[in-house]
Design a protein around this ligand. Sequence first.
Ligand code: SF4
Length: 268
Amino acid sequence: MLEPRDLVKAIDHGIDLRERQEWPLYQGGILDRSAYVTASEIGTCARKIKLDKQFMKETGYDPNEGTKTKSSDAWGFWERGHNVERWIVDHLTRGWASNEWELKYLGEEQVSFTDGVQSGTPDGIAINHADEAFYTLEFKSMDPRTNVSRLPKITHRDQVVQNTDLIAHNMDLSPAGGLILYVDASDHKRRFPHMIEYTDDHAARLQDRAEMIMSTEPEDLKPEGLFSPNNDCQYCKHTAACNMMVAHAKNGKDFGHDLNATANGVFG
Ligand code: SF4
């Protein structure tokens, strides 16, 4: 005789064993995230990016996403973003009434673009067929307590510029720029659109950075997270390894205490 708690266990188990998300490539196949610096990563700590790639190569899992390797309490942050994005795409596609703009690659039709060591998976593309120019779309969920005067985040600007560069290269379209739409996760009527400028210089800087990260050993990359306003260290799975590298770089002395103070306790 099955007990009600067996049903609860079965539901929990089903959630824990959910499929990992895979990203189809624009040119066919499935994106191997371990081989590219993605647009969502490019503005984060260089050492963390490289250590993430090595972890992915060794385990097949992305340490930043909700997987069997990660405790479920960390899923909320990522799932909230996915849920808000689904909400936007659902409403946008059902309510779309513009003849001037064509929306492509939203929701289930999302694709990843690659070039060199860079990849990107935009939330959508808006194409104006009058001049074959496009805007890259990025949808972001936002905590209701966010200080909106500080938006858009620099990492999000970088994400849009890298994505725009990759789309232009793959689809042979002219980049007009990007649009980031921040949506309050608790009140979807609070929405903050930001137009993002695209320049070739900005795109080239990101390309150089991606190549530098992929061709450098983690210990030779700067621990940028320690000095970043993005709380990279707080969400990093490599604090122990990073601490060892910093200590080694300081002639074997243990600077863990200093690091811990700098990084608000993430090395503790
Ligand atoms: S602990 Fe901080 S500085 Fe070190 S790799 Fe992670 S994010 Fe970068």
